[in-house]
Structures are given as C-alpha cells and as structure tokens.
Write a new protein. Sequence first.
Length: 207
Amino acid sequence: MEIKKSEFIISAVKPAQYPTDNRVEYAFVGRSNVGKSSLINTITNRRKLVKVSGTPGKTRLINFFLINDSFYFVDLPGYGYAKVSKTEQAKWGKMMEDYLVRRPQLQKVALLVDCRRKPTKDDLLMYGWIKHFGYEVVIVATKKDKLNRAELVKNNKLIRETLELDSSEEIINISSLKKIGVKDLLGNMFNDSSEGDPSISNGNPIL
Ligand code: GTP
Ligand code: MG
C-alpha cells in the first residue's frame, strides 16, 4: 500500500456529519497524547495534515481524511486525559459510541498504546469495546524511539499480557518521530501482500 494522496475532509461531532459515500475506513484510537495524530501525519507523509500538540486532548472531534481518493483514515479523540471535565468525558463517550456502534464500513481499528507504559484500564475497556462491536483490531505500540531493544521486548510482553492478546495478535512497534514501523503497520492494516483494492469492502457485514 502506497499512500499518494491525503486530504482532510471533515471534523465531525455527530453522525449526520460523517462522510456518506460508504468508502471503507481505518480508525485510530488510544489515550490522549499517545501519538494518533502524529502517526497519521507520518503514514501520509504530511507534516501538518493533522494537528499535533504537546498538550493532551488536542483532538476533540472525529476527523476524517480521504486517502488516495479511495478510503478514509479516521482520527478519533483520545481518552484518559485527567484534566477533562465530566461533561467533556460524557461528550467523548457519546461521540465514540455513535461512531462505533454501527459503522459497517470500518475495516480495522488501530489501538495505540505507549510502548513505555502498561496499558491502562481505559485501554482495556477500549480494546474490549472494539471487539464487542465486532471490528478487527491491531495493537500499535508508539514512540519506539524512547526505548532500547531490551526494554522494548520487555514492555511488549507487558502489553501482550495486560491486554491478554493471543499469539496470533501482533504488536506493531512504531516511531512517528523516526518513521519506523510504518510499513509493518500498513502491511497489517491492508493485509499486504495487498494486490486487493482496499476501497472495495469484503462484503462481510461486521455487526
Ligand atoms: P490527542 O489528540 O490528545 O488524543 O493526542 P494524539 O494521540 O493525537 O497525540 P499526538 O500525535 O498529538 O502526539 C502527542 C505528543 O507525542 C506530541 O508531543 C508528539 O510530538 C509526541 N509523539 C508522537 N509520536 C511520537 C514518536 O514516535 N516519538 C516521540 N518521541 N514522540 C512522539
Ligand atoms: Mg490527536
């Protein structure tokens, strides 16, 4: 999969604003500050397609990006940011639920976790939620540049154990900063050997 073109389409707060052209989607979820927006910028080779910030809670809306004129990347708002009010949290929950409850064109969800940290309760809930709704999931450990190899192996084990991944589930280690692991991730997301066209849904109802 080679990404040749990417464009921002819309920041949505409610389903009426989602794209309606039924193109397939690939979503990115995870804690605030874990690196979702940075990853989308890195994958698309665009430094500023998505806003990135040192301040957690940057992405508060559901952002849709059209890739290669054929499918969408969806940047979902992060969770677990302590300084968010109850009202904001409730808004987040409603927004995520509205999106995840019924999105048959959603092919795969990348759940991002920080490679240095043990997945949190929120990560576990999110992982459970994705599976409950019947979507395929890939675990992405971010900020690989922050650890040496031994630490990475140790922490990957911790991530695997905490999320109770089975042996067939891969952890993709990436660094958006150093542009490491992008090919692995694309290979996983698009099941590359991909001669296939990701814009064509496999036709299986997801829910
Ligand atoms: P929210 O929008 O708040 O949900 O955050 P996000 O998950 O979109 O995170 P974002 O991409 O905005 O990155 C948060 C911070 O992590 C920024 O300061 C990034 O520069 C930094 N960051 C992201 N990816 C990497 C990486 O691969 N390595 C390092 N060292 N820092 C990174
Ligand atoms: Mg973001």
